[in-house]
Structure formats: structure tokens, C-alpha cells
Design a protein around this ligand. Structure first.
Ligand SMILES: Cc1cc2nc3c(=O)[nH]c(=O)nc-3n(C[C@H](O)[C@H](O)[C@H](O)COP(=O)(O)OP(=O)(O)OC[C@H]3O[C@@H](n4cnc5c(N)ncnc54)[C@H](O)[C@@H]3O)c2cc1C
Length: 303
């Protein structure tokens, strides 16, 4: 740990560094072992310097946003985790929402509503950060980041800060160029249209109601566990396979929505991974369909 303290002491103040950080406190699933070091930058410059130090010293690093699409394994993460949620400024200018990487998508959606701007209603209930949402091309209810993003500022793997236009971001179903290139999103600009406050609010209220009635928001999860397989819905396949409510240890297929694996209490990452594998094998055996996790799985097994 002293090695890390020495390497990062000029970049971070004491309260921005945590050693042996309990990752279950930083991800929605509330499972997972410790990260060697957790760094919490408040400025872009700190991110740039951190990556440089990691590369010079061959230290693995991983960026996280709000932890709502992550599963950290029980052995934790060797190296550095950079949590970006303290870079969370959101500005409005000429029909655009300009948000720093760690700002919450929900807050961007709320600010757009307050300024009578339409386009981000779909995002009102997605619990991720701007960076995580661009990385995943997050979407819901017929809307996705690709519909509204104008550009994103990113830090490339070789340490350059550049701007990608929407086209250059190659946003596809839960994929992006940022994901392909292991870049880090620093900021994003969304181009929205002017709209009527009441209509925007009605759409937000409607989507919130849909989400609250259909999703097991009372339990820790990472949202939809699997990507939508071509021509099917993951939740329906899982339900039809007879797995609704099925559990392994503290991990369970939600009774409310079979597309969600939840932590019903005291789950380990292994419980969740075992359940994911069981679901994949049942659905493959019964329907011949391969399910691929949407949730990002990181870290090491526990010995
Ligand atoms: C209850 C619930 C409901 C959900 N509903 C939806 C939904 O409707 N639609 C949807 O798309 N998703 C949904 N999700 C999943 C999740 O909220 C989104 O995928 C979100 O975009 C993840 O953002 P995050 O900041 O939490 O990312 P994290 O979970 O912190 O990270 C996810 C991935 O993004 C990468 N990443 C994070 N920040 C950056 C960055 N700045 N630059 C580069 N890479 C980065 C991480 O390395 C990691 O690989 C839901 C999750 C929950 C818990």
C-alpha cells in the first residue's frame, strides 16, 4: 500500500484515496472483494495524471462510474480503481446539456426537464453516470444515448484528450467505440429540442411509474442482467425456462421481473455468477438461445 501512497500522494489528497477499499460499497449489487486502491478524482487533470502513473508503473487500472452495471468478484481488484462520480457538473447552453463524466444521467434528465428540453426523458430512471451511459450506450423505453448525444470528450488509452462526434462514437446496442478502445469518457454534450414542460413531465412520470411497477428496485441488482438476444426478450426466456424466483445462495431471479438477477440478501459475487451460469445453461438447453451478460464482470475469484 505504501507503494501506492507514494505514487499518488502528489495527485490526491488523503480523503480522495482509499486503500483496501470495500467495493461492495461502490456497486449497486453490494457484493465483491476489496480494491487495492480506490482513487476519487475531482478534476480531469487528476484522471490524466493517474493514468500516466499507472502506465509508467505497470499498474492495472479500472474506471467506474456509479457502479450500477458492475459485478466485482469476491477476490476484489488488484491495482487501481478510479471512481469518477465527483466530476459531476452539468451545464445548460443553447439547447445543449453539457455534463461531466460522473454526473448522474438522472440528474441530466431532471435538469433538461427543468429547462423545458426534451430528449432525455428515457434516461430519468437509469441509475448510471454519464460516462457509464456513453460507454454502454444506455437506453430504455425506445430511447438511447445515441439519439441525443452530440459529442463526447474522451481520454484515449495513449493519454490524449480528444473529441468524438456522435458518428465517431460508434454507438450500437450496449456498445461504443469507448468500450472498444478502452478510452475514458470525460464529458458529453447532448443536443436536445425545446419542448412543453407538462408533456416532458408527463412522459417522465409515466416512465417512472412503469419502472417502479415492473422492476425490483427494492433489491440490489445491476438492472437487466443479460443483453436482449436477437428476436427474444431475456426475461421471458428465463421465465419460460421455469426460473422465476430460482435462487443460489443469496442471489435470485427476481419474482417481479425475470430479467433481473437480484441480491436478495447476503449474496456473494460467486452466488450471482453461479446463478448467471445456471440461467445461461438452462435457456440454451431449453430454447437454444445464448444469453450474454449486460452487466460487466470484473476482479478476481476468491482463493
Ligand atoms: C435498477 C437498475 C435499472 C437499470 N436500468 C437500465 C436501463 O433501463 N437501461 C440501461 O441501459 N441500463 C440500465 N441499468 C444499468 C446501468 O445503470 C447502465 O448501464 C449505466 O449506464 C451504467 O453506468 P454507471 O456509471 O453505473 O457505470 P458502472 O457500473 O460504474 O460501469 C459500467 C461500465 O462502464 C465503464 N465506465 C464507467 N464510467 C466510464 C467512463 N467515464 N469512461 C469509460 N468507461 C466507463 C466501466 O468501466 C464499466 O465497464 C440499470 C441498472 C440498475 C441497477
Amino acid at each position: 500500500m505504501n507503494k501506492y501512497r507514494e505514487l499518488f500522494k502528489d495527485i490526491y489528497s488523503e480523503n480522495q484515496i482509499e486503500f483496501n477499499a470495500n467495493m461492495s460499497e461502490h456497486i449497486y449489487f453490494k457484493v465483491g472483494g476489496p480494491a487495492d486502491v480506490l482513487l476519487i478524482p475531482k478534476a480531469k487533470e487528476q484522471i490524466v495524471r493517474t493514468i500516466k502513473v499507472c502506465k509508467e508503473n505497470n499498474i492495472p487500472y479500472y474506471v467506474i462510474g456509479n457502479g450500477s452495471n458492475l459485478l466485482v468478484k469476491d477476490g476484489g481488484i488488484r491495482g487501481v480503481v478510479i471512481k469518477l462520480t465527483e466530476l459531476n457538473n452539468i451545464d445548460i447552453s443553447e439547447g445543449k446539456v453539457i455534463a461531466e463524466t460522473g454526473a448522474l444521467l438522472k440528474d441530466a434528465s431532471k435538469i433538461a426537464l427543468e429547462h423545458n428540453m426534451t430528449g432525455l426523458e428515457f434516461a430519468c430512471g437509469i441509475p448510471g453516470s454519464i460516462g457509464g451511459a456513453v460507454f454502454m450506450n444506455a437506453g430504455a423505453y425506445n430511447g438511447e444515448i445515441a439519439d441525443v448525444i452530440e459529442s463526447a470528450e474522451v481520454l484515449t488509452e495513449d493519454g490524449k484528450i480528444i473529441n468524438y462526434t456522435k458518428e465517431e462514437l460508434n454507438l450500437g446496442y450496449r456498445t461504443s467505440r469507448v468500450m472498444e478502445e478502452k478510452a475514458i469518457v470525460l464529458e458529453a454534450v447532448f443536443a436536445l429540442q425545446g419542448g412543453e414542460h407538462e408533456k416532458i413531465k408527463a412522459r417522465v412520470d409515466d416512465l417512472t411509474e412503469k419502472r417502479e411497477s415492473k422492476q425490483p428496485l427494492e433489491y440490489p441488482s445491476a438492472g437487466s442482467t443479460f443483453k436482449r438476444p436477437e428476436g427474444h426478450f431475456a426475461g421471458k426466456l428465463i421465465q419460460d425456462a421455469g426460473l422465476k424466483g430460482y435462487s443460489i445462495g443469496g442471489a435470485a431471479v427476481s419474482q417481479k421481473h425475470s430479467g433481473f438477477v437480484i441480491n436478495k440478501g447476503g449474496a456473494t459475487a460467486k452466488d450471482i455468477l453461479d446463478l448467471i451460469a445456471h440461467i445461461q445453461s438452462e435457456v440454451k438447453n431449453q430454447f437454444g438461445v445464448e444469453l450474454h451478460p449486460e452487466v460487466r464482470i470484473i476482479g478476481e475469484e476468491k482463493n
